[in-house]
Ligand binder design. Structure first.
Ligand SMILES: CC(C)(COP(=O)(O)OP(=O)(O)OC[C@H]1O[C@@H](n2cnc3c(N)ncnc32)[C@H](O)[C@@H]1OP(=O)(O)O)[C@@H](O)C(=O)NCCC(=O)NCCS
Length: 166
């Protein structure tokens, strides 16, 4: 397995990976992927906009993704991450997220995310990296599709760099 920069050729496989995580029904907003065409457009937007999207791949197969795209607030980015089941628990999620954040903090001052309150594994990872929960007045796009309670978390570039250099 390796971490690579996104490219358009991965659209179909990325969509399948998103679909497989979404189908578990407990992690993402919605229980299906976005479709190969929509995923292709998303990859194109990331590349054109210079938004970081890194993929965990095995050959041509996408096993995981992490991306940060602009949020409504200027200078703020929104992070999404997911690994298919068999790739979890081996350190790849943390590596993928840290590498994506390195790129994201070149253009965003703050990175935010939204997670289900019962997703203890993801919350443990986010907390380890330095994210903190906060009260966000306006919900994040798509977060309305989550069932149950959600938590918004954020991390500022200066906190991240301070922790990384400690
Ligand atoms: C959340 C996710 C990205 C974490 O990636 P991962 O590769 O499984 O996690 P890693 O092996 O890199 O572990 C990194 C940290 O995550 C936490 N973690 C990992 N597995 C855990 C578990 N079973 N229970 C509690 N915490 C766990 C720990 O803090 C761990 O650090 P440590 O090893 O020093 O204790 C991944 O499990 C995943 O994609 N899950 C399903 C989709 C999802 O939840 N996406 C996020 C939606 S907001």
């Amino acid at each position: 397995m390796e971490i690579v920069a996104t490219k358009k050729e991965y659209a179909k496989s990325l969509d399948a990976a998103i679909g497989s995580v979404a189908a578990e029904g407990i992690y993402l907003a919605g229980d299906t992927g976005f479709g190969a065409e929509e995923t292709y457009r998303f990859i194109c937007d990331c590349i054109a906009g210079g938004y970081p999207q890194l993929l965990l791949v095995e050959g041509e197969s996408v096993l995981g993704w992490c991306d940060v795209v602009p949020d409504e607030r200027r200078g703020h980015g929104r992070l999404g991450i997911g690994l298919i089941k068999r790739a979890r628990g081996q350190g790849w999620g943390e590596k993928l997220m840290r590498e994506t954040l390195e790129l994201a903090f070149r253009r965003f001052r703050v990175v935010e995310l939204c997670v289900r309150a019962d997703n203890a594994r993801a919350i443990a990872l986010y907390t380890k990296i330095g994210f903190e929960a906060y009260n966000r007045r306006k919900p994040m796009p798509l977060s309305g599709f989550f069932g149950g309670k959600r938590i918004h978390m954020k991390l500022a570039r200066r906190q991240y760099l301070k922790a990384a250099n400690a």
